[in-house]
Design a protein around this ligand. Structure first.
Ligand SMILES: [Ca+2]
Ligand SMILES: [Ca+2]
Ligand SMILES: [Ca+2]
Length: 730
């Protein structure tokens, strides 16, 4: 303490950049002989120390232990931190006033950056939300209750966003985690929000160039000023120039946006639940599809939501960005991908990326869905940048454990070799487990997973079967659109025409899905437009209030049948004509436990996500030509094993009939040299019949619970079945 006091009392004046000396003086050698050599080594090379003993040295330095940057006693006291704000000049003028836009930036840094000439790396967080948002957002959404392919109803005007906040603090986010560890934390409001100039563009180029300018300033390559329009400069001589960006959701997007500029000094990013493509946020495979929880949101709604910048510039920004660029680009009529969306898809901008990326997301984030991080993660693998991914099983947001983040930043901002490259590449929190205790995996998707194709066996309006066996002659089944029923209600319904459901056998071993399920579907619509929604569920449905988020919905996906051929061009459907299309559901990593059945549910509208046209559209599905590929650890073999009946089965060789009756389940197998084989099972009230002809053809395979289903059994086979069941009943 004595020494701290001494340091505070030293007068170094206002000079932010005192002459740099070796951060650890020779005094260290007198104090800690044993530690001296390594301390000096680090002092010369990167000015940090390896353990807390160096607090006795004259000057404070970051302390690294076990590969992580430690909270240091001399950086801990928040009263001693230096806080200030400034404006960084960018290289763009997005608000049309002829002057380069300046970004409002705040800085929180250890006092020693002022008193001891300490230089520190920077944790940087940028956002459009820091200065407040327009509320309530649900009042100015688009109305989803409209016919598909028609002009949307006019959207209600948004209230103006009132700027909030007191200078010099823009945000306190991440400060408590990193300043006590000897980092500076920097925030900036993104263009056109708060006290930052420019227009909000929601994914426009200025949102990438703004954080780039701040990183340039942190490296002495851009100008900073004490005021928004003055010329009194502010330098960043306390910065090592090594910057790590972190942020959740939109703020995570901005980490990636900055990285796509390839700016020097941005060494590492930790995007958490980042939106990486506004098309994928507001559309899905050609369909207008809202982010979960924000029905009717679109990119112009988000623009209004964040529009908290200078009120005098709003008229210009509204007219140019919202009412011109966005209005002409968003296309809520077809929902197709176009150049407007391509310009807001960061996958198209990855070429310059060189920052080390620790991607973070959740598999049950139905707002910014997990495909957003996965598409970038998979693409970056090709580029060879240092890469890790952390997934948990919750909803939107959620930082990786501090240890993961710390190892990442310690390695790439301090340049300290903690071998983070040798850590597991993928960290996945298992179902119901603590979010801070992810399991290490070789990669995501799990390299042991391979696609297993599941076929459909008829069953509507009840539930059909999902099987890895071959199917044939299943005909078609029809789903009738009705947005009034939620997907979860339909998944639990015993009998309904508003969804088709196909269930695997009950799992007798857990099944591990890892990767992106892909559906191939052949369908015809009775109208030129139709929604198509796919849910993969785990049944029986757990309706308990305390059900885990993973208990019922495994994953889901949405697509526009009009885009069966092209994402950029919808094609009106010819009523009654069959179309083939293939698309992905959201990526997932989930273990489906014993006792559950995996269900493929096909719906038309999804009331929580799609537009809501008048009910009645009929989609006819060709069951033989429809299948879903599930990436399963262990592949088809593992699945076959997971549905093997553990109870012993009786087999009959001759024409003899056997039956076994166990409480509510009945099964028998009949073999007849002339007629073939007849297999019948009735478990839990679900009757299934399989008839194989003497020349080994499957004559029928499916449920026979309803009149309609029974009507599908070939006549001869039905006669045989009735004959046999009569015998058994006696
Ligand atoms: Ca300007
Ligand atoms: Ca479309
Ligand atoms: Ca899941």
């Amino acid at each position: 303490m004595e020494q701290l006091k001494h340091l505070e009392n030293r007068d170094l004046g206002n000079n932010c950049c005192p002459v740099m000396k070796t951060p650890l003086s020779n005094e260290c050698c007198w104090l800690v002989k044993k530690f001296c050599l390594s301390a000096l080594f680090f002092a010369f090379h990167s000015s940090f120390a390896e353990d807390s003993e160096t607090q006795f040295s004259e000057k404070a330095v970051p302390i690294i232990k076990d590969g992580e940057t430690q909270v240091a006693p001399r950086f801990k006291d928040s009263d001693m931190w230096i806080r200030h704000d400034l404006w960084v000049e960018t290289d763009f003028d997005s608000d049309g006033d002829g002057k380069k836009d300046r970004m409002h930036v705040d800085v929180t840094r250890p006092r020693q950056t002022e008193t001891e000439g300490l230089k520190v790396p920077v944790i940087y967080n940028s956002s459009p939300y820091f200065a407040g948002t327009a509320k309530p957002v649900h009042d100015f959404m688009w109305d989803p209750r409209q016919e598909l392919g028609e002009d949307p109803l006019k959207r209600r005007k948004a209230p103006s966003a009132k700027r909030k906040g007191e200078r010099p603090i823009i945000s306190k986010g991440h400060v408590k985690d990193w300043v006590p560890r000897g980092f500076a934390v920097v925030h900036s409001s993104s263009p056109g929000t708060g006290l930052s100039q420019g227009c909000p563009t929601v994914g426009g180029d200025n949102e990438s160039h703004a954080p780039k300018a701040v990183i340039d300033w942190l490296n002495g390559r851009a100008m900073g000023y004490t005021t928004v329009d003055g010329l009194e400069p502010v330098t960043s001589c306390w910065s090592t120039g090594k910057v790590g960006m972190i942020g959740t959701s939109y703020n995570g997007t901005l980490c990636l946006a900055a990285a796509t500029t390839g700016v020097d000094g941005l060494e590492a990013i930790i995007p958490v639940a980042p939106n990486t493509s506004y098309y994928h946020y507001y559309r899905s495979n050609g369909l207008v599809r809202s982010p979960g929880g924000y029905m009717g949101e679109d990119i112009d709604v988000l623009y209004d939501f964040i529009n908290s910048g200078d009120p005098n510039k709003r008229e210009y920004c509204n007219a140019n960005v919202r009412d011109k660029d966005m209005a002409s680009g968003i296309d809520r009529v077809t929902g197709d991908y176009n150049s407007f969306w391509a310009g807001r898809d960061y996958l198209n901008d990855l070429e310059p990326v060189k920052a080390a990326v620790l991607m973070s997301h959740a598999f049950n984030d139905w707002n910014v869905m997990p495909e957003h991080s996965n598409r970038i993660y998979q693409a970056l693998k090709e580029k060879g940048v240092p890469l890790q991914v952390y997934y948990h099983q919750g909803g939107h947001g959620g930082l990786p454990p501090i240890k993961l983040m710390n190892r990442w930043f310690t390695r790439y901002l301090h340049g300290f070799e903690n071998n983070v490259e040798k850590d597991a590449r993928a960290w996945i929190v298992r179902e119901g487990e603590d979010r801070n205790k992810p399991k290490p995996y070789e990669d995501y998707p799990n390299p042991a997973a391979s696609p297993v194709t599941f076929k459909l066996i008829a069953g509507a309006p009840e539930m059909g079967k999902l099987t890895i066996a071959r199917n044939s002659n299943q005909g078609t089944e029809t789903v009738v659109d009705n947005f009034s029923f939620s997907g979860s209600a339909l998944a639990q319904a015993d009998w309904t025409e508003h969804r088709l459901m196909y269930l695997t056998e009950k799992l007798t071993e857990a099944v591990h899905l890892s990767g992106t399920p892909r559906i191939t579907i052949k369908l015809a619509s009775n109208k030129p437009t139709a929604n198509l929604s796919i849910w993969l569920v785990s049944l029986p449905w757990n309706g308990n209030k305390n059900a885990k988020i993973t208990d019922n919905i495994i994953t889901r996906g949405w697509a526009d049948p009009q885009n069966h051929r092209s994402l950029t061009e919808s094609e009106p459907l010819v009523p009654g004509r069959f179309y083939d299309m293939t698309f992905d559901l959201q990526p997932d990593d989930q273990v489906i436990p014993v006792g559950q059945q995996i269900g493929l549910m096909i719906m038309s509208s999804d009331r929580e996500f799609t537009l809501r046209p008048d009910p009645g559209t009929e989609l006819v599905i060709d069951l033989d030509e429809t299948s879903i590929q599930l990436p399963l650890v262990g592949g088809a073999k593992a699945f076959a094993k997971a549905v093997t009946k553990k109870a012993s089965k009786k087999k009959v060789k001759s024409t003899k009939t056997t039956s076994s009756t166990v409480s509510n389940s009945v099964s028998y197998v009949v073999k007849d040299t002339d007629r073939g084989e007849l297999h019948y099972a009735n478990a839990n009230g679900e009757a299934v019949l399989k008839v194989i002809s003497s020349d080994d053809k499957v004559v029928f395979d499916g449920p026979i619970n309803t009149k309609k289903q029974k009507a599908k059994v070939p006549r001869e086979a039905m006669k045989w079945y009735e004959e046999v069941s009569r015998k058994i009943m006696k």
